[in-house]
Ligand binder design. Structure first.
Ligand SMILES: C[S@@+](CC[C@H](N)C(=O)[O-])C[C@H]1O[C@@H](n2cnc3c(N)ncnc32)[C@H](O)[C@@H]1O
Length: 642
């Protein structure tokens, strides 16, 4: 089928010319250019170019070469050429053209002039093609026509238009390295365009293999090497129009470039980077081998999670190694980078800091950062992962669904009249926790000693120097503002005891156990409804409160230290009214807190002076407050708080 647009100057190509005429015009460079064009481009004015076999091409190519290299027999002066290097280049390139056809298998077997690679074109083909592309030559260059290897697709008219001006403009850009396959004798993609396509065009614009005739990728390497071997290193310059044409076309014959990066491969790195952010809890050695960049968190090797739970179940608890050891901090990786960092303390610090920052990014909500002045050696990177929810562990269950019920506010809850709100002890008045102050939803001043919920601020983990890490906010926090909840594994009291014993107790290592004992009922309490789901072992005994362990998994508030004069307060928040064993531990600002001030709460708010003791094993409090009690906990097992 004839192309719908004929946009190429007709006078350039005329394949009907016979050899005798050509012989007479050997010294005419323009004519030679036209002849060369005839080799590489089918004639537009014809629906189909005449079928030409390779020997015809070779003959014509040699004739063309002769025209440049041999003086005419009836003339004494040599052929006029603008520069010797151009001649050399033409020779080399033409040689490459002819030889490549002999030495290399043709990229595809042309069954007919209509066969050939199908080129998927740019949707705006004016910007892609500089030359007319007859639909009949088998090179379809619109996306619509890109059905590969089907005659119907090939025969479709070309639906784009290109003006001669475009062609001239493109050609003036001169030849460029050829990244894409073009096939003799009917290359269609302009070199400059091929190059551009490989660099920036979407893959849909790249030449596609014709399914019935060729597979470019399977032969690309041999074709490329042939070209590379024959390519002259001579810089290209001072080209005559003819030479330009020759150079521009000849490479099309043989230039093959490895498949350009697909969207997959280009995104691979970013995909792999994204994978880095995956929260690794327990990593196998094989995982480490496969992705050396992957941050490694809790090491099964050092913190045998499964064994840990297994033994806890059996009543035996593994003696885990100290969590302060640098050795535990280091995730073992086999990559050379990591090894070198291991050797260089500075590199190791950087690595550990990066590891921690990756962990910090897994925290949902406002960003939590690591203070820049921290110069620790990665203690934080050890056996600890941030978690965004409670991790219910073995033996811990939520109350059955039936125990959870919503309010009857309707579509939108009325926070001043919601039936979920508790009533004042001595009246029917509802306890409303929040009020708007300073443009924020804050805990009511009157409620600061009661229950409340949520307002977010950004936080920063920093090193206190004498009490391990601490938490602070780079922003001013208003009194009553919600800070965060205490997160971690929710475990049974029995397991908490095992874990505490395993670490030597709070006297020898930091404790991250926070008991959920707010609603713990007294032995006399006969609220059977509340207790019926607690009787897990059917013994009729009331279960002990669950405990949140923030040691291995936790949130930023896991780093909040104790103060005998705290600026924050933990207020329990129940979101499942029927479930009194699992609730949220929410921290609120007890007073206005200037930016950068350490956030603290009282680990033992029910403290009374008679709890003090002279026990030398008591955990010393280093809060530094004037009214410091001298110790973190009474010398009995902690119950109410951490
Ligand atoms: C929940 S952690 C707090 C974060 C901890 N500083 C860290 O580096 O991970 C509780 C532990 O911090 C230490 N700690 C907290 N407040 C303290 C204080 N006022 N004086 C001494 N040590 C304190 C104790 O070791 C305690 O067991």
């Amino acid at each position: 089928m004839a192309p719908t647009h004929q946009f190429f100057p007709r006078e350039i190509i005329d394949l009907t010319r016979d050899d005798e005429e050509e012989e007479q015009d050997k010294d005419n460079a323009d004519q030679a250019k036209a002849l060369l064009d005839a080799f590489t481009k089918p004639k537009i004015s014809q629906p189909r170019p005449p079928k030409q076999n390779s020997s015809t091409h070779e003959r014509k190519a040699k004739a063309l070469l002769d025209a440049f290299t041999r003086p005419r027999s009836n003339e004494t002066r040599p052929l006029k050429r603008k520069s010797p290097p151009d001649e050399t280049e033409v020779k080399v390139l033409l040689d490459a053209f002819t030889n490549s056809k002999v030495s290399d298998p043709r990229p595809f077997k042309r069954k007919s002039p209509t066969d050939g690679p199908e080129v998927r074109g740019h949707s705006n083909s004016e910007t892609v093609f500089t030359r007319p592309q007859p639909a009949t030559n088998g090179f379809n260059h619109t996306v619509d026509n890109a059905s590969i290897g089907t005659s119907s697709a090939r025969d479709r008219p070309v639906s784009h238009s290109t003006t001669p001006e475009h062609a001239i403009k493109r050609e003036s850009m001169g030849p460029t390295p050829q990244p894409f396959v073009s096939l003799p004798p009917a290359p269609t993609v302009h070199p400059s365009i091929s190059n551009r396509t490989s660099l920036s065009e979407p893959s849909s614009t790249r030449p596609q293999p014709a399914s019935d005739s060729c597979n470019f990728s399977s032969r690309s390497s041999s074709v490329k090497s042939a070209f590379m071997a024959k390519k002259t290193p001579t810089p290209r310059h001072t080209r005559s129009p003819f030479v330009s044409a020759a150079i521009e076309r000849t490479p099309k014959v043989m230039v093959v470039v490895p498949p350009p990066p697909t969207s997959d491969s280009s995104g691979g790195r970013s995909l792999s980077k994204r994978k880095i952010n995956r929260l690794p809890s327990v990593s196998s050695e094989s995982d480490e081998e496969s992705d050396p960049d992957e941050p490694k968190g809790v090491k099964q090797k050092y913190y045998p999670l499964e064994m840990y739970e297994l033994r806890a179940k059996r009543g035996r608890y593994p003696q885990v190694r100290s969590t302060n050891s640098d050795l535990q901090v280091l995730p073992i990786r086999s990559s050379p980078v990591h090894k070198s960092r291991q050797r260089a303390p500075h590199g190791r610090k950087i690595y550990l800091r990066e590891l921690l920052e990756k962990k910090l990014r897994t925290i949902q909500g406002p960003p939590v950062k690591m203070a820049r002045d921290w110069d620790g050696t990665g203690i934080l990177a050890s056996n600890f992962e941030f978690t965004n929810t409670y991790k219910l562990q073995q033996g811990v269950t939520r109350a059955p669904e039936g125990f959870n019920y919503g309010c009857d506010c309707g579509y939108q809850c009325d926070p001043t009249r919601c039936t979920c709100l508790s009533k004042e002890e001595d009246s029917e008045q509802l306890m409303v926790a929040y009020e708007h102050r300073n443009g924020k939803l804050l805990l009511k001043k009157s409620f600061i000693n009661r229950k409340a919920m949520i307002y977010e601020c950004s936080l920063e983990i920093f090193h206190t120097g004498d009490r391990g890490f601490g938490l602070r906010s780079p922003e001013f926090i208003h009194r009553g503002q919600f800070i965060d909840t205490y997160l971690g594994e929710v475990i049974t009291s029995a397991e908490a005891d095992l874990r505490e014993d395993a670490t030597g107790g709070p006297h020898s290592s930091p404790s991250y156990l926070f008991s959920l004992d707010w609603f713990t009922l007294s032995e006399e309490d006969d609220d059977e409804e509340i207790h019926e789901y607690e009787d897990e072992d059917n013994t009729g005994s009331k279960a002990k409160p669950y405990v949140v362990d923030g040691q291995r998994f936790g949130g930023p508030s896991r780093f909040m230290n104790h103060s005998c004069n705290p600026n924050c307060k933990m207020i329990p928040v129940s979101t499942h009214h029927g479930d009194q064993r699992i609730y949220d531990l929410a921290f609120f600002a007890g007073r206005d807190i200037p930016a950068g001030t350490e956030l603290t709460f009282d680990y033992n708010p029910g403290w009374s002076p008679d709890m003090s003791s002279d026990d030398p094993n008591a955990v010393k409090c280093l809060c530094g407050e004037a009214q410091c009690r001298g110790q973190l906990w009474p010398n009995q097992r902690k119950s109410a708080n951490v």
